[in-house]
Design a protein around this ligand. Structure first.
Ligand code: ADP
Ligand code: MG
Length: 238
């Protein structure tokens, strides 16, 4: 496990600043949610943490180590995306083990990790199925399984539930929280959904137009919103 720090992080696309000096301190094992309206810069911030996007200024640390220029594979993170494209021609087991195979993990070790992740996610009996034979929730679990097998220091989620129907979304929130309680892996989770943030986060980072408006626990944001934006955003229906 590892903490994560953003210090005065900036990002411009061409001449357009989209992240304008962000400071966030995430403790070891914490479940932190970045929330804010569409276009405020959540995905960009997460992608910079993952190394999928260069940073224009400032510093990002994982486990105390500056990772600004490290390629994604050297950052010890695993990311679950909104469009968690599974490989259609691979079974559940192969989908989960694929990244381990790419990294040339010994076969026995890879099998052990896939079995462990499948056990946690309730996928034990589905290992031979293909993605088309799975429900939406099962596919989402396989996408999480692909991240878990890598045993990363930090999990990154970008709107992982936004393609699911409302009922399943609520169930998956609970599953992701249970997973976190079990593994205690530091997690940075992006959503535009206030309810998701309020019900899942240890700590919420409210973003707006490339800056952080407030950081606090769900209760702190609810009780003492720092400004009208936070109050309006947290208080309004999703
Ligand atoms: P969010 O995830 O909060 O919806 P994003 O991080 O995706 O927001 O985007 C923040 C801003 O950066 C938006 O104005 C978006 O149009 C812009 N942006 C994101 N990616 C790029 C890119 N590759 N090139 C140019 N502009 C981008
Ligand atoms: Mg986004």
């Amino acid at each position: 496990m590892a903490g994560v720090q953003f210090a005065d992080v900036r990002k411009s696309f061409g001449v357009h600043p989209v992240i304008r000096g962000v400071d966030i301190d995430i403790a070891d094992g914490e479940f932190v949610i970045l929330v804010g309206p569409s276009g405020c810069g959540k995905s960009t911030l997460l992608r910079m943490l993952a190394g999928l996007e260069n940073i224009s200024g400032g510093e990002i640390k994982i486990g105390g180590r500056v990772v600004n220029t490290l390629p994604p594979k050297d950052r010890d993170i695993a990311m679950v995306f909104q469009n968690y494209a599974l490989y259609p021609h691979m079974t559940v087991e192969q989908n989960m083990g694929f990244s381990l195979m790419l990294n040339k993990a010994p076969k026995a070790e890879a099998e052990k990790r896939v079995k462990y992740a499948a056990g946690i996610l309730g996928l034990d009996k589905l290992l031979d199925r293909y993605p088309r034979q799975l429900s939406g929730g099962q596919r989402q679990r396989v996408a999480m399984g692909r991240a878990i097998v890598r045993d990363p220091e930090v999990f990154l989620f970008d709107e992982p539930l936004s393609n699911l129907d409302a009922k399943l979304r609520v169930a998956m929130r609970a599953e992701i929280k249970e997973l976190h309680q079990r593994l205690k892996t530091t997690t940075v989770y992006v959503t535009h959904d206030q309810i998701e943030a309020m019900t899942m986060a240890d700590k919420i980072v409210v973003m707006h137009d490339g800056i952080v408006e407030q950081i606090g626990s769900p209760l702190e944001l609810y009780d003492k919103p720092a400004n009208l934006f936070v109050g309006g955003f947290i208080g309004s229906p999703a």
